[in-house]
Write a protein that binds this ligand. Structure first.
Ligand code: GDP
Ligand code: CO
Length: 481
């Protein structure tokens, strides 16, 4: 692969944000070139083998999911995390059949799980990662919790009813966290994300190669690759218009850049991937980050990194304001006792090594299912809210963000939404590094009813049967790609 060198790197505390790099060619000739980085296919393959690609999916067209599964390079493991309908129409069953068929034909490693699997909720509960669970259920259960838990350990199956109480919340971000844990259970070093609603399989393949290229360039074990679409084509008066910027990303980037500019005193436009849904990170970085809920996960990556690894002086002056904002991680880590030490140690290692963010402009355009105005507004207000609540956000940036908000039609009428908006983001989930993955998988394997693992090279998939911990083979002919 041949990529442009980044022209400039913004150093913001321990965070290094590389300026946009274009993909010059999807392959390369192996020639020396001071202006471009040549990455051989062997190098890329080496990274792909250590990567898992998580595909979050919620009621997407199966033909699109099919294209995505077939486009992801063979050397990666695929992890599908579904929050699709199971009641009126069992979409999850169809997705699962698609997975087994794809695996039967390709022998690529693919895992699939359902987000609302009660066994999955129990596994998170057992390892103490309650921040991902539905709140109402938690509140309702607190009283009888202790007794239930103890009995549960001895009685196994019979506590099924109580364990049903633990369910993972809805949300793309929550699905992504599930995917990260499964990737860790496979021992992967790199975790990437690809949406299931992509119309062009060839583009998905490129995204994964771009991730790998980013990791090949990285000098730090704590790095992240974020993609910027070359174009996001739209149909305008029955013609394809190759649009460059979306409204949400333009606004998010503007304010993330303003955060950096006001801190350093030098104006910058370095951030152009604030809302990059397609991104990847090293497992070591994934382990120590906090995650925001739903669609705000991507802009929050920056906010978290600025807060935690941004310039020291700014951090100290913002200490008073932000003391309680570090809340989620602190509370979680304290609960985890010694694990706090682990995360803290990793964080100081990261601060020393530096955190690298690569922003790569894809060669392929991004064509995906359009989800409507409400979705766009939700993403926009969510992203602004993240910036507003950043520890480094001074009064000037706050006033600018508020002014932006004033102009938003969606919030013109809805005063209640406006007042709620300024509050602290509600669900910031602590680092997954503190989760004991072995324990998590043990509980998951013994209580999950939706987890399916199709290993590389095997001709049949392993179904983990609930309660029995034994496996049977599954093949299906329902949906043939
Ligand atoms: P956009 O592309 O950023 O506008 O957002 P999409 O609505 O396309 O969502 C991105 C991906 O996340 C798609 O593949 C969705 O199917 C998937 N997704 C959305 N909500 C959920 C959810 O609650 N859980 C999971 N697992 N996936 C979700
Ligand atoms: Co989409």
């Amino acid at each position: 692969m041949l990529l442009e060198m980044p022209r400039h790197t913004e150093i913001f505390g321990s965070v290094k944000v590389h300026e946009l790099q274009r993909v010059l060619k999807l392959d390369s000739g192996g020639f020396e070139n001071p202006r471009a980085k040549d990455i051989s296919s062997e190098e890329l393959k080496g990274v792909l083998k250590r990567s898992a690609i998580v595909v979050p999916v919620k009621n997407e067209n199966l033909n699109l999911l099919d294209g995505v599964l077939r486009a992801i390079p063979f050397d990666c493991s695929i992890i599908v995390v579904s929050n699709s309908e199971r009641v009126s129409q069992d979409t999850y069953k169809m997705e699962r059949e698609l997975v087994t068929n794809t695996h039967d034909l390709t022998q690529q490693e693919i895992l699939i799980i359902h987000q609302k699997d009660p066994g999955l909720g129990s596994a998170f509960h057992e390892v103490g990662y309650e921040e991902i669970l539905e709140k109402e259920k938690l509140d309702g259960k607190e009283a009888g919790e202790e007794a239930g838990e103890e009995a549960g350990e001895e009685a196994g199956e019979e506590t099924g009813k109580e364990k049903k109480e633990w369910l993972v919340r809805d949300g793309k971000s929550e699905g992504m966290i599930i995917g990260m844990l499964l990737a860790k259970s496979l021992g992967k070093d790199f975790i990437g994300f690809a949406d299931a609603d992509n119309f062009v399989p060839g583009a998905v393949r490129e995204y994964v190669m771009d991730f790998a290229a980013g990791f090949c360039m990285s000098e730090s074990p704590f790095s992240m690759v974020r993609l910027h679409w070359r174009y996001k084509p739209k149909v305008v008066e029955d013609k394809l218009y190759f649009k460059k910027w979306g409204r949400v990303s333009e606004t998010t980037n503007k304010y993330l850049n303003l955060l950096i500019s006001t801190c350093t005193g030098f104006e910058t436009g370095v951030v152009i991937t604030g809302n990059a849904g397609e991104h990847a990170l090293t497992t070591r970085l994934a382990d120590l980050m906090c995650y925001s809920t739903g669609y705000t996960i991507e802009p929050y990556h920056f906010v978290f990194l600025f807060d935690k690894f941004g310039p020291r002086e700014a951090e100290e002056s913002a200490e008073k304001v932000g003391a309680e904002k570090a809340g989620a991680e602190k509370a979680g880590a304290e609960k985890a006792g010694t694990e706090k030490g682990g995360t803290e140690k990793a964080s100081s290692e990261a601060a020393n090594a530096g955190i690298e963010i690569f922003q790569i402009e894809t060669l392929n355009p991004h064509l995906h299912e359009e989800k409507g105005e409400a979705h766009i507004n939700e993403m926009l207000t969510g992203s602004l809210r993240m910036v507003y609540n950043c520890r480094l956000c001074n009064d000037y940036v706050k006033s600018k963000v508020l002014a932006e908000l004033e102009g938003l039609e969606a919030l013109q009428e809805d005063w209640e939404a406006r007042s709620r908006w300024k509050g602290k983001p509600s669900h910031i989930m602590p680092p997954v590094g503190r989760i004991d993955v072995g324990k998590f998988m043990k509980v998951l394997k013994s209580s999950s009813e939706s987890l399916l693992r199709c290993k590389q090279g095997a001709t049949k998939c392993e179904v983990v049967e609930r309660g029995r911990g034994e496996k049977k083979n599954e093949t299906s002919s329902f949906y043939r790609p």
